[in-house]
Design a protein around this ligand. Structure first.
Ligand SMILES: [Zn+2]
Length: 222
């Protein structure tokens, strides 16, 4: 196992800000080097190897060549994507909302992992808002280049996870190298946080890869 998409068994009670998540994780995994980001819906991806664990770099993707580094993304409807290489020690975590996906952050992360020497790259797409609940305007659908779909109520919806998957396959990953895990966050607020359902009161879903992160409660991947 490499990583985990944590459920509320772990995330309940945190406010979702980097300091709060770091504090919770540091107590659960004492002595681990844990990397959280100040996520800004960009396509910026940083190397954890060049940062100190408590730095909180402004970025939406983080890559590490150290398998003991615990990489963290926080989401509440946005898509968490965990990536790893089978042929070398290399892990990555990406926060992909519609803005990040429009900037093609997932494809960019695969390219960066390749530039670091990885060839056999695997990915897991985590719990995030599904097309059942993600009603958007035409501007968002256009920015994503997504196939527009109309739901039963006549609203435009998009499937963010399908967009993330298409960036992975477009970057050369085989379909069987991609896991998709978990339900729609807006449908399952008993297990996950959803900004669409809970607004400012929503905490954050925590997705982790590296170190012993896979042993935490949630959906294990890798
Ligand atoms: Zn839903």
């Amino acid at each position: 196992m490499r990583g985990v998409f944590c459920t509320k068994d772990l995330t309940s009670g945190i406010d979702g800000k980097p300091a709060s998540v770091l504090d919770r994780l540091s107590r659960i995994m004492p002595g681990s080097d844990i990397f959280c980001m100040d996520q800004v819906h960009s396509d910026r991806i940083v190397l954890a190897d060049e940062a100190a664990p408590q730095d909180v770099p402004q970025a939406d993707g983080i890559i590490s060549r150290n398998p003991d580094h615990v990489l963290c993304v926080r989401t509440a409807d946005c898509v968490p994507v965990l990536l790893w290489a089978n042929d070398m020690p290399l892990n990555a975590a990406v926060h992909a909302g519609w803005r990040g996906l429009a900037l093609r952050i997932v494809a960019k992360c695969v390219r960066m992992m390749r530039s670091l020497g990885a060839e056999d790259i695997r990915a897991a797409i985590g719990p995030s808002i599904g097309p059942c609940c993600y009603v958007v305007g035409r501007d968002v659908a256009d920015a994503l280049g997504a196939e527009p779909r109309i739901n039963g109520s006549g609203s435009l919806v998009v499937d963010l996870r399908a967009v993330a998957r298409s960036q992975l396959t477009g970057a050369g990953l085989e379909e069987d190298a991609i896991e998709s895990r978990g339900p729609c966050t807006a449908c399952r607020t008993d297990r996950y946080f959803s900004y669409r359902r809970q607004g400012q009161l929503a905490g954050r879903n925590v997705s982790l890869i590296g170190g012993k992160s896979w042993s935490l409660p949630g959906l294990q991947v890798g």
